[in-house]
Ligand binder design. Structure first.
Ligand code: 5GP
Ligand code: ZN
Length: 113
């Protein structure tokens, strides 16, 4: 058992509602959804935060954003709109220290601060 919850989900050590997987990322349902559609796009590689991303991860980040856009279309929220969100560090409200992109939609979402 690894000490990172998302690494455990990726390695299937714990159940984590994986709905998509390829060689570089997985998409999971958020366990405490804050909107009718609330998915998380995770790189398989353990990167703690956006702070730790480097230029070498540029293609990975692009692929994560495109995958989120594809899931928005598949969940029929592309026309109504949605948010893609990285929470970064303490002030950013990041609670899980494995990079993840939130896809939120299906209702009117609050403005960001
Ligand atoms: P953060 O606040 O770090 O940006 O977001 C972490 C997200 O991960 C939260 O929305 C939280 O509900 C979700 N989460 C935390 N633990 C688990 C888990 O074990 N499984 C799943 N599917 N989601 C989780
Ligand atoms: Zn991890």
């Amino acid at each position: 058992m690894l000490d990172c919850v998302f690494c455990n989900i990726i390695q299937k050590t714990i159940h984590g509602s994986i709905i998509f997987e390829d060689d570089q990322m997985v998409v999971i349902q958020d366990i405490l959804p804050k909107a009718p559609v609330h998915l998380l796009v995770l790189p398989k590689k353990h990167i703690a935060s956006l702070i730790d991303v480097t230029a070498a991860d540029q293609a990975l980040l692009g692929a994560m954003i495109l995958k989120a856009k594809q899931f928005a279309e598949e969940h029929h929220i592309a026309d109504s709109g949605y948010k893609l969100l990285f929470n970064v560090g303490k002030h950013g409200g990041q609670t899980v220290k494995h990079l993840h992109l939130h896809l939120l939609g299906g209702k009117q979402l609050a403005e960001i601060e």
